[in-house]
Design a protein around this ligand. Structure first.
Ligand SMILES: Nc1ncnc2c1ncn2[C@@H]1O[C@H](COP(=O)(O)OP(=O)(O)O)[C@@H](O)[C@H]1O
Ligand SMILES: CC(=O)N[C@@H](CCC(=O)OP(=O)(O)O)C(=O)O
Length: 292
């Protein structure tokens, strides 16, 4: 390696110094979207970044999604995926598939990857952490519609994750909730689950990792990335149809989390190697920062 090369590496570390100092001992909630989980090699890189955070004295918590894998499993079972207002219509048959994919495939896969890089992690089913109530959903015309076993979070049971967290073990949590009235599982949009926990813990950062560079003025052109967005701008982009689909629950839950005392919310491309570290530890950042 040339001297210049080594100096560049040392300078990258020095650029991170004020951030390492500021964030040591802080809690970051990382929402790992299913859209960014299509390539296992890229997911492994994100999990390695999470191990880096842990080693740097930051306390990461992972809440994961898995929407694409759930849709694929439903298709194999002969069920069609249908979304209403961004939420998956979840029949009694479908909730079994949702639970199976999240708890048997995705969650243990992420835990295993963190461990492979020498990190400590433990898988926690969302039903042990989130309490939910059935969501009162509306269709496109604003009429109430039954979307089955879909919930919204009404409370968090921190006692079930705190011992691991305090012991320096990264909790990896699935987006399910135990229904308050029955204890039965409810399917929760993972963005909402992540924001609910981020609010409860008043984390320093909530980072959404997805399959886009951030919020864009035109989702087909990455160079239209918006580096910083506030509520007013986001509302305008939602009403003119620039922000649609899966980005809507992200924006809404991000604003909600900021209002509840979460310090910073970032949207970052989880497919880009080290996007998480670049967003957190460099002066420029690379995704979209959401502000109040
Ligand atoms: N203005 C926008 N900027 C960026 N992404 C957008 C925008 N509007 C809609 N989207 C969509 O939001 C998607 C991310 O949401 P989603 O598919 O639910 O991801 P995840 O699985 O990470 O939760 C992107 O793939 C993109 O298609
Ligand atoms: C109610 C609802 O829609 N739940 C989501 C849970 C997974 C999720 O949110 O995954 P992503 O983060 O990959 O989108 C679903 O069934 O797809």
């Amino acid at each position: 390696m040339s001297l210049q090369n080594s100096t560049d590496k040392a300078e990258a570390l020095i650029e991170a110094l004020p951030y390492l100092q500021a964030f040591r001992g802080k809690t970051f909630l990382i929402k790992m979207g299913g859209s960014a989980m299509e390539d296992p090699e890229l997911v492994r890189k994100v999990m390695r970044d999470i191990v880096f955070l842990e080693v740097a004295g930051i306390h990461p918590i992972v809440v994961h999604g898995g929407g694409k894998a759930i849709s694929a499993a439903m298709k194999t079972a002969g069920l069609e995926a249908e979304f209403i207002g961004g939420f998956r219509k979840t029949s009694e048959e479908a909730i079994g598939i949702v639970e199976k994919v999240l708890s048997n495939e995705i969650n243990p896969g992420l835990v295993q990857m963190i461990r492979e890089f020498g990190g400590k992690a433990t898988g926690i089913p969302g039903t042990d952490v989130f309490l939910g109530e059935k969501m009162r959903a509306k269709d496109a015309a604003g009429q109430p519609v039954d979307i089955g076993r879909v919930g919204e979070v009404v409370g968090c049971q921190l006692a079930n994750m705190e011992p691991a967290f305090r012991a320096g073990i990264v909790p990896v949590i699935s987006p399910l909730a135990a229904e308050l009235a029955t204890g039965k599982p409810l399917n929760i949009n993972a963005d909402l689950a992540a924001a609910a926990l981020a609010k409860e813990l008043r984390v320093s950062k909530l980072v959404y990792l997805s399959d886009v560079p951030g919020v864009m003025r035109d989702p087909s052109f990455p160079d239209t990335l918006i580096h910083s967005i506030n509520r007013q701008e986001a509302e305008a982009l939602m009403s003119d149809g620039t922000i649609t689909g899966g980005m809507i629950p992200k924006i809404r839950s991000a604003m909600d989390a900021l209002n509840a005392g979460v310090r910073k919310v970032h949207f970052v491309d989880g497919r880009l190697p080290h996007a998480l570290l670049l967003e957190i530890f460099t002066d420029g950042g690379i995704g979209t920062e959401v502000t109040r």
